[in-house]
Design a binder for this molecule. Structure first.
Ligand SMILES: NC(=O)c1ccc[n+]([C@@H]2O[C@H](COP(=O)([O-])OP(=O)(O)OC[C@H]3O[C@@H](n4cnc5c(N)ncnc54)[C@H](O)[C@@H]3O)[C@@H](O)[C@H]2O)c1
Length: 351
C-alpha cells in the first residue's frame, strides 16, 4: 500500500513507498533541462532502465561498474567529466538508480558538481530501500578506507518501487533483512513480530512493503531529529561497530548486512554483560537472524584484528570504542564504559 514518509533535513523531502518508479519519474523529468541517470551496467540491464526512459530526450545515461567498485574516485571523476562535457548546470538533475553503492555515488556526485545539484534516489535493493537511500549520507571509498570521503546531501525525493525486489537475489534480500531486524530491535518491535510470524523468506518477501515502510519511517524520524549524527542518529549503528570491522577483516567478501548480523548478536551479548538485556532477548536476535539465513558467529582467531579495526573505526571517538546496546527490545542505550574483558566475554559467545 502506497505510503508517504516525510524527512526533515537540510532540505525536506519524501520517501514514497510502493509507487511505480517510471510513472513518478515521468512527472519529474520534463521539469529539468538535462537529467543524468546513473546506474550500474548490471542493474541497468536487469531492470531495463534505458529502454524505459528512452522516450525522454533530455535524459542522459551513465553506466558504472557494479557493486562496491563504483564508489571510487575514478568513477566519480569520470562522471564529473561527463557532466562537464555535456554542460550540466545547477538547475539540472541527477537520478541514481540501484543499490546503496549507486545511491551513495550518485548522491556524492550531486553534492560536488557545481557545489550541489538536485538528485533523486531510486533504490533497487532492500538495503537501499530501508537504509542507504535515506538520510543523506553519500560517499566514496578510497585507499584510506570505506566511506571516508563523503557529504551529507539529501535527495529531493526517494522513490521505492517494490517490483525491483522480484529480481533481487535471496542473498541480497537476506542482507537487507539484517538492517530491517536491526530497526526492529532499536525501535519498532512490531517488525520483529512480523518477521517472527512469517513462515520463511518467501513469507518475508510477501510482507516486504510493510517491513520497508516501518523501517524507512524509523530511519526518517531519527535523521529528522539528528541529521548530522551528533547523538540520536548513532542508534542506527546498532550492530555496526563489530559489523564494519568484520567487513574489513573479510576484505569486503561478505555483504554489509551479513557482517551486521554478526555485529547485532555481539552487541546484544555485550548489552547482556554490561547492561540489562535479558538472555531471552539475546537469543531472540540469534533465532530471528538465523531464520533468515544470516550468520551469527565469526572466527575465534580474528579477535585481535577485529579489536584493532574497531579502534580505527571513524565512529569511535578518541581511543574508546563506543557501542550502541539495548536495555530491552525497542530501547537502545549508549555503552561507553566497556572494558576489554567485557568485549572479550561477548566475543567468546559469538565465536
Ligand atoms: N548512505 C547510507 O546511509 C548507507 C547506509 C547503508 C549502506 N550504505 C552503502 O550501501 C552499499 C550497499 O548497498 P547494497 O547492499 O544495496 O549493495 P549494492 O549497491 O552493492 O548492490 C548489491 C548487488 O545487488 C544488485 N542489484 C541491485 N538491484 C537489483 C535488483 N533489483 N535486482 C537484481 N540485482 C540487483 C547489484 O547489481 C549488486 O550486485 C554499501 O556501499 C554501503 O556502504 C550506505
Amino acid at each position: 500500500m502506497r505510503k508517504l514518509i516525510s524527512v526533515a533535513a537540510e532540505r525536506d523531502y519524501s520517501i514514497k513507498v510502493d509507487v511505480d518508479w517510471l510513472a513518478e519519474l515521468s512527472l519529474i523529468l520534463p521539469n529539468y533541462g538535462k537529467v543524468l541517470v546513473i546506474s550500474s551496467r548490471e542493474v541497468s540491464t536487469i531492470l531495463n532502465i534505458e529502454s524505459h526512459l528512452s522516450k525522454f530526450p533530455n535524459v542522459h545515461f551513465y553506466s558504472t561498474p557494479d557493486g562496491e567498485s563504483q564508489k571510487s574516485i575514478a568513477t566519480a571523476e569520470a562522471i564529473w567529466n561527463y557532466l562537464g562535457e555535456n554542460q550540466f548546470s545547477r538547475s539540472d538533475l541527477i537520478v541514481a538508480i540501484g543499490g546503496g553503492a549507486t545511491t551513495d555515488l550518485g548522491g556524492f556526485v550531486a553534492a560536488t558538481w557545481l557545489r550541489g545539484i538536485s538528485w533523486i534516489a531510486i533504490p533497487t535493493t532492500l538495503a537501499g530501500m530501508v537504509d542507504a537511500a535515506i538520510g543523506g549520507k553519500t560517499g566514496l571509498n578510497s585507499p584510506s578506507g570505506k566511506n571516508l570521503i563523503g557529504a551529507f546531501n539529501s535527495p529531493a525525493e526517494v522513490l521505492v518501487d517494490l517490483k525491483f525486489l522480484l529480481s533481487l537475489s535471496d542473498r541480497d534480500f537476506q542482507a537487507g533483512l539484517a538492517e530491517v531486524i536491526k530497526t526492529g530491535f532499536i525501535s519498532d518491535v512490531e517488525i520483529l513480530k512480523i518477521l517472527e510470524s512469517a513462515d520463511n523468506l518467501t513469507g518475508a518477501r510477501a510482507v516486504a512493503g510493510e517491513l520497508i515502510s516501518r523501517s524507512a519511517k524509523v530511519k526518517a524520524d531519527v535523521v529528522s531529529v539528528d541529521f548530522k549524527e551528533s547523538k540520536l542518529r548513532e542508534i542506527l549503528n546498532y550492530g555496526h561497530t563489530l559489523g564494519h570491522a568484520i567487513e574489513k577483516h573479510g576484505n569486503f567478501s561478505m555483504r554489509h548486512g551479513e557482517a551486521v548480523a554478526i555485529g547485532l548478536v555481539f552487541a546484544a551479548e555485550l548489552s547482556a554483560i554490561a547492561a540489562s538485556l535479558s538472555p531471552e532477548e539475546v537469543n531472540r536476535h540469534r533465532v530471528l537472524l538465523e531464520k533468515y539465513g544470516l550468520p551469527t558467529r565469526y572466527e575465534r582467531d580474528a579477535w585481535p584484528d577485529l579489536l584493532n579495526l574497531m579502534r580505527g573505526d571513524k565512529k569511535s571517538r578518541g581511543s574508546r570504542i563506543r557501542f550502541i546496546g539495548l536495555a530491552k527490545a525497542g530501547e537502545p542505550i549508549w555503552l561507553e564504559e566497556i572494558s576489554e574483558n567485557q568485549l572479550i566475554a561477548a566475543y567468546e559467545r559469538i565465536s
